[in-house]
Design a protein around this ligand. Sequence first.
Ligand code: AMP
Length: 284
Amino acid sequence: MIVLDTILAVQNALESSRQSGSVGFVPTMGCLHEGHLSLVKKCMDECDTTIVSIFINPTQFNDQQDFDTYPRETTADLKMLEELGVDMVFLPNAEDIFPKNCEISVVPGKSAETLCGLSRGGHFRGVLTVVAKLFNIVQPHISYFGAKDYQQFLLISKMVSDLNFPIELRLGDTVREEDGLAMSSRNNNLSVSEREEAPILYQALEYGEKQIRKGEPNALKVIEAMMTMIIENSSFSIDYLSIVDPVTLEDVLESSPAKACLIAIAANIGTTRLIDNILHLPSK
Ligand code: AMP
């Protein structure tokens, strides 16, 4: 496995790979878990060369403390990737990605004005800008993202189509712990008791999806029942809990088993913010 820490080194290392076969790219912020690794494995199955980046993007954090406490485990990450047989890892410096004179950014549209975009001002602008930069540096044929960050995937898809990036995107399913909690680097910051409470988020999502599948037409009623379940059984404070159209991210008022919708949540426990979602798809 080659570890590259400069933009030039990545460009040089990938030049011939790109000519001779497909290059697959998995961008991450490190502290890798099975969720990340599922994307890496998918990439390795489908592409001739796999490159993973590990970069904690400062511009997508709207809270300095959140950035400072974001878990960092580079040595363990490199070991995991080496064991999987990844070809290359890009570990850039923040100053190389965002030099002082850098002034242009990617401005997201309407789909960033809801869900995580509401409470994390500037978050998706930071995400899209760094992903655009990484795409231009790596120039992959295919890039892989996880469904846990559904809104992020949707916005990156829109960026790729609106700005004509010649890149295919693939979405991997959310990988969960045995008790249903979505794997996340942030789970490392949970105390023992917070970790015990954390599966309630997925339990509530599953409950909500079941109500929709059973034909409950009132989306607000579903949301209220989910909120009650979380509030009465945990110390989470809910940032948002929404049922939205999976393409426009606009609120769905009338739910139906026959209509796709995304049930999405963000909630804080202690100092940790967790997100999760379930995509309800009509059964065939
Ligand atoms: P992050 O390191 O959190 O920026 O995540 C890097 C990539 O891994 C993103 O595309 C995430 O959506 C994806 N990812 C994070 N957690 C999971 C998970 N539990 N299951 C699947 N993909 C995930």
